[in-house]
Design a protein. Sequence first.
Length: 399
Amino acid sequence: MKVLFDHQIFELQDYGGISRYFTEVFKSFNESNSLTWNISILYSNNFYLKNLNNPELAIKPNIVQTDPYFDFLPGLNFKGKKLLYLTYIKFWPPKLLDGNLANKNSTIELLKKGDFDVFHPTYYDDYFLEYLGDKPFILTVHDLTEEIFPELSIQDKRHKGESIIKKASRIIAVSENTKRDLVNIYGVDPEKIEVIHLASSLTENNKEISASVRELADKRYLLYVGKKTAYKNFYFFLRMFASLNEKDLHVICTGSPFSNEDLLYLKKLGITDRVQTTFVNDGELSYLYQHAVAFVFPSLYEGFGIPILEAFQNSCPVLASNGSSLKEIGQDSALYFEPKDPESMLTALKSIVNNHILREELKVKGLRRATDFSWKKTAQKTLEVYKMVLDKSKALSNN
């Protein structure tokens, strides 16, 4: 069986959960020799995909080059640079196409050639439909955040992917919660949806931990991981943290630097000196989990919630919102609160900060729960979906 994956998510993300999901599945496919796979991409800056191009893994995806845009006026960044670049390449030899256009053209050529059994697009652009012919395709749906909270997006992204959701041969949902959303919002037949949980990729490497991260980990702190966008409920968490009478307690955030708006909010709450943010590698993130009082996940909505598993793996107590998929993933191994109820979150924060016995119980339960998830399981169940769809496609063609 031959499966073709496309370029989409590896253009959109240098780092990110969806691109990491696909590369972890690629690794498992390769290690088990369970199928032949190809990815139609020529240019990418995606960290995980580039690391797949490793002779030790015997994986040779068709990516070796950085998007040529990043070689244009290197070291100079200014408003309008991308527009200038697009104008520039119009007058340059065709071999130096814009990386995104080259990737899409590469995918279209492989789709036209048809040397594959199943197609698996990596995001929601429906460009491929006119080139797919009668080949079946699988779609993975991670979440429907924009559909449920359209008011939290700068652009209206509702119905993104609706056309391919309805035309897909079969849909992989990363949680029962996402499956319910697909049924309730788009009216998808539940029999068409296969729930396949994700896993954690976090690996411990104490050799890669910087002195600055070690210094942060010497504090008494709560850990926050991920973006600070509205649906992540970050400001609500900060407000509840500021209400705690724990002056020696800090919050350490990972990811992007604080925006001016973030800094103004911290100043307003009077906690600027007790909330820090830092960008970390996997080893450093694992280290921060291990030394935290607890990991706090206050999101209004998550399709899955990989950071919960990361915390479990690293013996870190978890305090999480009881919304969307988080209780499905954490079960009884985390402490939960209502994500819009100040009293509920404040009570939970006080419990996890002040109750050492509770934290130890959650650590034990979390380690046990983490063993229920692995990328090997994810890949095996994904392979079963491919086989199911291919068998059905062959049966229909024979009738």
